[in-house]
Design a protein around this ligand. Structure first.
Ligand code: SAH
Length: 230
């Protein structure tokens, strides 16, 4: 599963530049029996199989360093946020444990630092969740992504990013907003801020509740509300 992902353009460039190293570990290598069992039926009954605590623990101990921080992919957590990725991107060594099957023996949680969920839905395994983590962290490590483009992104300042346009100026009857073509940077900045507020108001209004608005933002929000009424 990881081959294609780790060789995809941006991730492989970040790895090639030495900003990130990824090692995948096959849990099966830590099973002791002949058939390399990593799962077993749950005590008390119920559907599916659970990953065995001893196998996971051996795999972890074999890779854990003094400075490792251990994440367990799990839907039993609030969904991941950009600020979590920022926090993780500062760590030297991150171990991401992927669950599988019905889940894992609860006792393994004594050896982890934090659970990570990528959203309120259930996947078949933690591999995709770990790729989401690696992808999100990798781009924060990438120097090629300029500080400016990182700063302007959705979630960085608590608003969704404004819509953007590229050539041609007219497509299928739709024009690029006039103000973006006129080269007036003050006007463009104000327009983009207003569109950010509009996106947020329409698609994630609860983000505005948790955010202290500047005077300019209050004005723009008022403009949007008046326009909506008309
Ligand atoms: N029965 C478990 C779900 C098991 S899903 C429960 O209801 O809690 C199997 C594995 O996939 C999990 O152990 C976890 O590692 C991974 N997984 C599933 N959904 C996920 C999500 N939203 N975020 C992160 N990991 C998830």
């Amino acid at each position: 599963m990881f081959e294609g992902f780790l060789h995809s353009s941006i991730i492989s460039r970040i790895i090639g530049n030495g900003l990130l190293e990824v090692e995948t570990v096959d849990i099966r290598d830590y099973a002791l029996d002949k058939h390399r069992h990593v799962d077993d039926t749950p005590y008390g009954g119920g559907p599916g199989m659970l990953m065995k605590v001893d196998v996971l623990h051996r795999a972890l101990e074999d890779h854990k360093r003094e400075d490792s921080y251990v994440l367990l992919t799990s839907p039993r957590q609030r969904p991941l946020q950009q600020k979590d990725l920022q926090r993780f991107s500062l760590l030297k060594d991150l171990i991401i444990v992927c669950g599988h099957y019905e889940g894992i023996d609860q006792r393994f949680e004594n050896y982890i630092d934090e659970r990570v969920s990528i959203g309120d839905y259930i996947l078949t395994g933690g591999e995709m969740a770990s790729m989401v983590l690696i992808d999100g962290i990798a781009r924060l490590l990438e120097e090629g992504i300029s500080a400016e483009s990182l700063n302007e992104e959705s979630y960085n300042d608590g608003l969704l990013e404004y819509p953007q346009y590229t050539r041609p100026p007219l497509y299928d009857g739709r024009y690029v907003p006039e103000v973006l073509l006129n080269g007036n940077h003050a006007q463009i900045r104000r327009f983009n801020l207003k569109m950010s507020l509009k996106e947020t108001l329409l698609h994630r209004p609860e983000l505005l509740d948790n955010r202290k608005l500047t005077k300019e933002e209050e004005e723009l929000l008022q403009e949007l509300k008046t326009e909506e009424e008309n």
